[in-house]
Design a protein around this ligand. Sequence first.
Ligand SMILES: Nc1ncnc2c1ncn2[C@@H]1O[C@H](COP(=O)(O)OP(=O)(O)O)[C@@H](O)[C@H]1O
Ligand SMILES: [Mg+2]
Length: 243
Amino acid sequence: MRNLISVKNLCKEYNNEGVITKALCGVSFDIADGEFVAIMGPSGSGKSTLMQLLGFLDRPTDGKYFFQGKDTQNFSDDDLAYLRNQKIGFVFQSFNLLPRTTVFENVQLPLLYDERKESRSLIEKKVHEALRAVNLEHRINNFSNQLSGGEQQRVAIARALVNNPALILADEPTGNLDSKNGLQIMKILQNLNDSGHTIVMVTHETYTSEHAKRIIQMLDGKVENDYLVKKRRIADGEAELLK
Ligand SMILES: Nc1ncnc2c1ncn2[C@@H]1O[C@H](COP(=O)(O)OP(=O)(O)O)[C@@H](O)[C@H]1O
Ligand SMILES: [Mg+2]
């Protein structure tokens, strides 16, 4: 399969008024289309920094990042904004929905930034499809703050999906949820991956990482280990939790 992502010796240093923090150093790996990768590692090991670089929210201080075969180093800010909007869907730990705004309005947001300015009926069709994928079509007119945490995260996933991105990036998507709701989110991500979506997810919970197909373990800003999950585990009691 084609490499969606290829990073070579990626480094990121933060410079806050002369105080330098080396967050990432010499990180190299490839991710092919269709993979489901869990990034693990202790707090401060560079996981979120890596996600920000992969999602073009920040630029590396050294190293190379090839996305869909293209070296992104000399891309302009506009080029990167286009990639963020068209190619990547983001899911965050804290859901990041707009309050006092309906589910429909939240999910359509990425489509409004699209310069092609799609027709009203196409936007509605895409929002319905994305909500169907997370089983929340019936909540389309609810206000986002009327939903439970698990439902809010499903809306966030629908918003990430609505542009049919090449890559879904999720930074601790189950971190604010109890295990039952967390498991539901993992099932949704697994289904999306089964239907062809490439997913990179940060987690520090073993039960969620084992829904991925591959685990990249970070330590002190470096890749410590990178291995395939042999058999996706259905833990004791999981089926029970999902009932
Ligand atoms: N904006 C920033 N400015 C300075 N240091 C930062 C910034 N963001 C993260 N760091 C530092 O970079 C290191 C990696 O952080 P982070 O990528 O958030 O790790 P993780 O997500 O694995 O907990 C930490 O030492 C953190 O304090
Ligand atoms: Mg983090």
